[in-house]
Ligand binder design. Structure first.
Ligand code: PLP
Length: 437
């Protein structure tokens, strides 16, 4: 299958090239030329399959023309060493828990799959070392670093803002060693991102070393996120609850919800989507006005959603490009809500009080958006619980007056020794550092 650019100014490329490059030459995002649709019998049969079998089926629909089936099955198996259960919270609302992977957030799925697929292509092409640069405000760095840990032929440089990520987040990418190097930048997240962008544009650097990016623009990171939408459907179908599904996605860069829209295009019966935002609400504004006005992000307690210019918005527009009225078509499929920090805290408190379930601040947005969307009789709501609350322990304990337990997986990271290279935010120092590698 070929992958075209949403900007349409460069020719379509192979999967291999799309994965190695990340971003198209015209700065557009890659999109698969076709989306395979499953028939009703296949959808009906999902309930009799394991998560692994479901993921293989979906993976073959996307990547089956480019990667042989046995290799693909191995990649999927290696990626999914954990489950994504649906847990009932109320009579009509379920939490789709995506935090049972190694770094306790949904980004593990895409991070691990991308690492393995890129590793496979590098080996197949006999490429030398490929260097992955990733800027993080906390969560992406851990998922990407852990996904790539020990993958031959790949070195990862995680750039993070000194003193601006939580200790729990920091230890997940600074204690790994091996092929992972943490770069502690004396600056903000935006400075880190600027360093990465400048590196991709620097000719001398690109001649010296092969560089690629691992954020959610990469098709190998974002498409596998559709696996767990199918798996959620299968689980609910077993309980006779999959008839009228409404799925709410806490959204920042909109990669996760876009993977859900792909699942729907592939025939998964989802009645509508709900995009839940914190105060960074450019998407909601687009739904309300038809105008998209990107701006700088503001910080909130759901910080993984602090995005002022969601990169996957271009993919959503592209998915609807053949609709006569694009805005109207998007509004028909996706509803939007936004929450302040105070509202997020209130939701966390009331759910904890009434059901005993601990939401993290991101999942709380997803849950509340289902309440505000007012499910009709017969509808089942599912919100994506995108991270384990212990990842945001200080915030969660403060809001709930709790002392939540840190899962063993997280504790293991906290016992490791921090290793990082401190750099200032000037591009030249970063460049000289990379040139010495
Ligand atoms: C990354 C992240 C999000 C936002 O996901 P997008 O795909 O960027 O919309 C939501 N919650 C958590 C915990 C995250 O880490």
């Amino acid at each position: 299958m070929k992958y075209y650019s949403t900007n349409g100014k460069v020719p379509a490329v192979s999967l291999e090239e799309a994965v190695i490059k990340g971003l198209a030459g015209d700065k557009g995002l890659f999109m698969p030329e076709g989306i395979k649709k499953f028939d009703g019998t296949t959808i009906d049969g999902l309930k009799d399959k394991s998560f692994h079998e479901i993921a293989c089926l979906v993976a073959r629909a996307f990547f089956g023309e480019d990667v042989d089936p046995d290799t693909l099955d191995d990649l999927v198996k290696d990626t999914l060493s954990f489950e994504t259960p649906v847990v009932p919270i109320t009579d009509s609302i379920y939490s789709l828990e995506l935090f049972h992977g190694p770094t306790l957030a949904f980004k593990d799925v895409g991070g691990r799959f991308m690492a393995r697929l890129l590793g496979y292509f590098i080996k197949k092409k006999g490429l030398g070392d490929v260097n992955v640069l990733v800027a993080t405000s906390g969560d992406t760095g851990s998922a990407v670093a852990n996904g790539f840990l020990g993958v031959p032929g790949i070195r990862v440089f995680v750039l993070y803002p000194k003193g601006r990520v939580s200790p729990i987040q920091e230890c997940q990418f600074t204690t790994l060693g091996q092929n992972i190097t943490a770069l502690e930048i004396d600056g903000t997240f935006d400075d880190c991102q600027a360093l990465v962008k400048n590196a991709f544009m620097d000719q001398a650097l690109n001649e010296h070393m092969a560089l690629t990016s691992a954020n959610s623009i990469n098709v190998a990171r974002f498409l596998p996120q559709s696996f767990y939408y199918f798996n959620a459907y299968a689980q609910l179908d077993r309980e006779g609850r999959a008839g009228e599904l409404v799925i709410s996605v806490p959204s920042g860069n909109f990669g996760n919800i876009t993977a859900g829209l792909f699942a729907a295009r592939m025939g998964l019966p989802i009645k509508r989507f709900v995009a839940a935002n914190n105060r960074n609400d450019v998407f909601l504004e687009y739904l309300n006005t038809g105008k998209y006005t990107p701006r700088s992000s503001v910080s909130t307690i759901a910080n993984a959603m602090d995005v002022g210019d969601p990169s996957n918005f271009a993919r959503i527009l592209d998915l609807y490009k053949s609709a006569g009225d694009v805005h109207k078509a998007i509004c028909a499929d996706i509803k939007g809500y936004r929450y302040t920090d105070e509202q997020i805290a209130e939701t966390m408190q009331s759910v904890y009080r009434e059901t005993g379930y601990t939401l993290d601040p991101h999942g709380a947005c997803g849950y509340q958006a289902l309440i505000d969307n007012k499910l009709q009789t017969g509808e089942t709501g599912v919100f994506l619980e995108t991270a384990h609350p212990a990842k945001f322990k200080e915030t969660v304990d403060r809001i709930l007056g709790s002392d939540i337990e840190i899962p063993a997986k997280l504790q293991a990271f906290m016992k490791g020794t921090k290793q990082s290279v401190e750099l200032d935010k000037e591009f030249d120092e970063f460049k000289q550092f990379l040139l010495r590698q």
